[in-house]
Design a protein around this ligand. Structure first.
Ligand code: M6R
Length: 594
């Protein structure tokens, strides 16, 4: 969960590396550093944000270098634990994203051989191993070093007086940005967008040597030509565009990205042909696996597929999936992962493939590891999502699930037509929620003073309650819990009272009456009740202390409008509390460790 970058060309590496790192801070931001190689190697690193490093770092001369922005896993955030890590000679530097499992053993061996370590990190063993094996070729030394290592890595190594960068990956993403007389390396595409949109994604186990004019990649011992892809994301997509935070910008992009994603799949011209891709398999049931916000989209998908397709759907947390044994190859498996790099999701995917399941990935990142592992990939068209809190990626994941459901639907044609029409209206409905922003802000004032909040929903809005609570807790640091409304009386009732507000998500569906009952019960316990309800719902207005209204949609689409309202609520609550909204403490955008 770190960001790594590399540059080699004719320009000064320092400012390019720092600029690339700024774009990667969402992958980790408790410390950062750069190493620039000319005749000698100069390293500057500290437990600060990139902006501060750029302000205080001396002018480092050299046209090749590497950089790192860290989210600590081994050793506290501190200058010595920050990357790059160097060897004893001070000539070799390495940046690493991933985890080296056997680093303690390697550390002991290398120490006995005379190497001295300065940090508590797992990464430092790599620079010392490279030093140990160096016999004139940095590439060979890196290869030999990685042969000793057990774990996951994306690394870039550089050496004083040697105009090349050596790269390697295993279970962590790495991409080469291709340009004229200069090349770039990064753990993530947004880092490169200021410089190039031509990229080569490294495959598992690849080792490469990058110079300013050449890219050499070896795969399974053989030299291969890396396939170049053109990235469609624009630089502006990865910038704030006048918004105070990426999160707010990304919330506001939702009408557009919903339209883009629907345009891709629910095309008026030839829906049948495109939808057929996912209906080939003779399925006994479906399994959806995901983590975090993507898991909440998966849970909503269960209700959508249940209603529209009429097949049994099981949803599992990717991190728990390893502990289940009964998986049938006749299960249609879907893995949802915005980044396409989440370690738990990838592990689950590999296991599903091993047992013979056909796996569809729903991901936002073209060329991501998930897309390469999957039998079929359905891309969401959210553009880069920079804020750690997932927002637009969630709503477009839902779009893909609606499309999947429609493509396998067993409901009558009139229902299909009305659902398709409802989908097309969603960008406008979401815009109406955004237009209500000032009203939602007023509730944020109140919530920002609370320490505990419950979110409740039933049916398809139960996952929305989970997502509303996750959004609030991760960016505002208020303790929040999402519950199925009927479950409160089985324990959490004990916590209700005047200081514990409950946000109730009410849709005009079969759960409506039961939700009204739950609201009354909660009011009787003295908790302030904020309802999220359709405009014109006078009954809820009567019962609740206050109501955030959302535009009326077919209840199956209610998670979309409701979640957008809850995203705004979380955003403004966190803003009121002066929290670092885009980079919440202890969190990173892609979680590439188990
Ligand atoms: O990239 P993924 O969709 O696999 O990420 C899964 C979770 O880490 C992610 O959804 C996380 O929960 C969100 N950033 C929370 O807002």
């Amino acid at each position: 969960m770190c960001g790594i970058v590399g540059y080699i060309g004719d320009k000064s590496a320092r400012s390019i590396l720092l600029n690339c790192l700024r774009r990667l801070e969402y992958r980790g931001y408790d410390s950062c550093g750069i190493a620039v190689a000319g005749g000698s190697l100069e390293v500057y690193k500290d437990a600060v944000r990139v902006e501060e490093l750029a302000r205080v770092a001396p002018q480092l001369d050299g046209t090749a270098g590497i950089g790192h922005t860290r989210w600590a896993t081994h050793g506290e955030p501190s200058p010595v634990n920050a990357h790059p890590h160097i060897d004893c000679s001070g000539k070799i530097a390495v940046v690493h994203n991933g985890v080296i499992n056997n680093y303690q053993k390697l550390n002991r061996q290398l120490t006995a051989e005379g190497h001295s370590f300065v940090s508590e990190t797992d990464t430092e063993v790599i620079s010392h191993l490279i030093e140990k094996y160096y016999g004139g070729s940095l590439e060979r030394a890196v290869e030999a070093a990685l042969g000793e290592v057990d774990g996951s890595y994306a690394i870039i190594a550089v050496m004083a007086g040697d105009p090349e960068l050596v790269v390697a990956r295993k279970d962590s993403p790495l991409v080469i940005g291709v340009s004229d007389r200069e090349n770039f390396i990064a753990s993530d595409v947004p880092a490169l967008l200021d410089y190039t949109n031509r990229v080569i994604y490294l495959e598992e186990g690849d080792i490469g040597v990058v110079t300013k004019d050449n890219i050499k990649i070896r795969r399974c011992g053989k030299e291969v030509v890396g396939q170049e892809h053109k990235v469609l994301w624009r630089v502006e997509d990865a910038q704030k565009g006048g918004y105070e935070h990426f999160m707010l910008k990304e919330i506001h992009e939702q009408p557009k990205v919903i339209r883009d994603t629907l345009g891709e799949y629910i095309s008026a011209a030839e829906p049948e042909a495109r939808l057929a891709m996912v209906t080939e398999a003779d399925l006994e049931g479906m399994l959806i696996v995901a983590c975090g916000t993507s898991y909440h989209a998966a849970l909503a998908g269960k209700y959508i597929l249940d209603e529209v397709v009429g097949i049994p759907v099981v949803v599992e947390l990717a991190g728990e999936f390893a502990y289940f044994n009964q998986i049938s190859a006749k299960t249609g498996a879907i893995v949802i992962t915005q980044s396409g790099e989440t370690a738990d999701a990838l592990k689950a995917m590999k296991r599903l493939k091993e047992v013979g399941c056909r796996v569809v990935a729903i991901t936002n990142v073209v060329g991501s590891t998930a897309s390469r592992l999957a039998d079929q990939t359905v891309y969401t068209r959210a553009g880069p999502e920079i804020s750690v809190a997932a927002t637009k990626s969630f709503t477009v994941q839902l779009m893909v699930l609606y499309w999947l459901a429609l493509s396998c639907s067993s409901v009558d044609i009139r229902r299909v037509d009305s659902l398709t029409m409802g989908l097309r209206q969603l960008p406008g409905k979401v815009q109406q929620v955004l237009d209500n922003e000032d009203k939602i802000k007023e509730y944020a004032d109140y919530l920002s003073k609370c320490e505990d909040v419950f979110f409740i929903g039933r049916g398809i809005n139960f996952p929305v309650a989970l997502e509303g609570a996750l959004k609030l807790k991760e960016i505002s640091y208020i303790h929040a819990e999402g519950y199925a409304a009927g479950e409160l009386k089985h324990g959490p009732f004990a916590l209700l009272g005047a200081n514990t507000p409950v946000v109730a998500i009410v849709a005009q569906d079969s759960a409506y009456e039961a939700m009204l009952t739950n609201i009354k019960e909660i009011k009787a316990k003295g908790s302030p009740l904020i309802a999220l309800a359709d405009e014109g719902d006078e009954v809820v207005k009567e019962l609740a202390d206050s109501v955030i209204t959302v535009p009326r949609v077919d209840p199956i689409f209610s998670p979309v409008v409701n979640t957008v309202a809850l995203q705004l609520l979380a955003y403004y609550t966190a803003k009121q509390r002066d929290c670092p909204i885009d980079f919440p403490r202890n969190l990173a955008k892609s979680v590439t460790v188990e």
